[in-house]
Write a protein that binds this ligand. Structure first.
Ligand SMILES: Cc1cc2nc3c(=O)[nH]c(=O)nc-3n(C[C@H](O)[C@H](O)[C@H](O)COP(=O)(O)OP(=O)(O)OC[C@H]3O[C@@H](n4cnc5c(N)ncnc54)[C@H](O)[C@@H]3O)c2cc1C
Length: 420
């Protein structure tokens, strides 16, 4: 095996495969290797639908070999150390590999240990999560007999920030269809202060919450799960003056304990686990204080090591971590790499924080949040071609986009190096 490549990519997920594919379209002879240990590549955005029983999990997976672009050397290994001063990456069992240019895209990792009792709750099936095992979520939802159905998320950044609430809407819709609404309390508790940061989307979502009679709890940061008693504990994170709005809710047996400790008993619990950058990123000099990969937020280039780029979930960018964001980041990285290879300056700074969140609000309904670093609503003009004139409103055509068109776009275009 070679030990030096012109372009070395860490991670064969959405970001890594797209970058390699687009680079090869520009230069089919480019000398590229991808370090990637997994044998399966997942289309994770469909996991929300899997968790609601409306998408086959098997269709979200393809073999890594089938998405690996032809002409790329696949190093089936884990990167476990970065030494940008020496232009090298160490691996678990393939030794040290050197590069001219490095693209870092290993995604993020789930860390349930950051919430007391969560690892055990997952192990014992007491909690479910679309982030870990969406088929289990569906099993829990369809076998639910009534009581408190709690949906929540951690205080850390997470990928697809909307996913924890999407499954709450789908579950609420499912319970409604099964005529269980009077036996079920759906509770959505989030550390955030609002349901969604983008105003027109927020307004629609608040109406959705009302429609399903969801108990919405902002400022709720989960910190402990009592598996035996099936109680989840939250810290109330609002300032003192806001705390008086917290009432003990008899309907759901919510109890305000000492200080800011609120506990809610649950009969089902869906939770996004805390998430963080992989250790080898946190331990490297490429990361910021919070452990995420530090890059220029417009060019994706590392500020000190100019031959290093970072993108996707691992990157410290003040926008939502989504595949949709990756779609807009990759062309910027690719163009900058091409410029560097020609001896030019990497001056493409065209990434303005675009991200999107397809918020399914029920079976057959969706709202599409598209936004930028400023939190401005930036709907794609192409939606008009689909006869969608206001994507901040629920629409069946958006559901169709989510369930059928986007997966197709992913496998046949994004994974094939085509710009979309
Ligand atoms: C439940 C859920 C719902 C989502 N919904 C949406 C949605 O609706 N829309 C949307 O746009 N996005 C959604 N996403 C997010 C989207 O899937 C991610 O943002 C996207 O995949 C990020 O791409 P990435 O390349 O950064 O990471 P990934 O695609 O996760 O790829 C990272 C790759 O790096 C590899 N890797 C890890 N460690 C190492 C290592 N040490 N060495 C080498 N390789 C390594 C991994 O095996 C993996 O293949 C969702 C995600 C989840 C979990």
């Amino acid at each position: 095996m070679k030990t030096h490549y012109e372009i070395l990519i860490i991670g064969g997920g959405t970001g890594g495969i797209m970058t390699a594919g687009q680079l090869l379209k520009e230069d089919p002879k480019a000398d590229i290797a991808i370090i990637e240990p997994a044998h399966t590549h997942y289309y994770q955005p469909a996991w929300t639908l899997v968790g609601a029983g409306t998408y086959d999990f098997k269709k979200t997976a393809k073999s890594m070999a089938s998405v690996m672009p032809k002409g790329v050397e696949w190093i089936k290994d884990y990167a476990n150390g970065l030494n940008p001063a020496m232009n090298s990456v160490s691996t678990r069992s393939s030794g040290t590999i050197t590069y001219d240019y490095l693209v870092v895209a290993p995604g993020l990792i789930m860390d349930p240990s950051m919430i007391e009792g969560l690892s055990e709750a997952f192990e014992q099936g007491v909690a479910c999560s679309n982030y870990m095992d969406p088929e289990h979520t569906w099993e829990v939802i369809r076998n639910f007999k009534g009581g408190n159905a709690v949906f929540t998320q951690p205080t850390t950044p997470i990928k697809c920030g909307g996913a924890p609430q999407k499954i709450a809407y789908l579950a609420a819709d499912y319970f409604k269809k099964k005529k269980m609404s009077d036996k079920v309390n759906v509770i959505f508790a989030t550390p955030g202060s609002v349901i969604f940061g983008v105003k027109p989307i927020r307004e629609t979502l608040m109406r959705v919450i009302e429609r399903y009679d969801i108990h919405f709890r902002p400022f709720y940061a989960p910190f402990r799960i009592d598996i035996k008693e099936k109680i989840i504990h939250f810290n109330h994170t609002a300032s003192e003056e806001n705390r008086c709005i917290v009432n003990e809710d008899n309907a759901i047996n919510e109890i305000m304990g000492g200080e800011a400790d609120i506990s809610i008993p649950f009969d089902m619990l869906h939770i996004a686990p805390p998430q963080r950058a992989p250790d080898f990123i946190r331990d490297s000099i490429l990361s910021n204080e919070a452990g995420w990969m530090e890059v220029d937020i417009h060019s994706m280039q590392h500020k000190k090591y100019k031959n290093v780029f970072g993108l996707g979930d691992v990157a410290a960018l003040p926008t939502a971590k989504t595949g949709a964001a990756v779609r807009k980041q990759v062309p910027v990285v690719v163009e900058n790499l091409i410029k560097l290879r020609k001896g030019e300056v990497a001056d493409n700074a065209d990434y303005h924080g675009y991200s999107s969140c397809p918020l399914v609000t029920g079976y057959g309904k969706m709202v599409l949040a598209e936004f930028n670093y400023n939190g401005e609503f930036t709907p794609d003009p192409k939606l008009k071609r689909m006869l969608i004139f206001n994507s901040a409103k629920e629409h069946w055509r958006l559901w169709y986009l989510k369930k059928y068109l986007l997966p197709k776009l992913y496998w046949t275009k994004m994974m094939k190096g085509k710009r979309v």
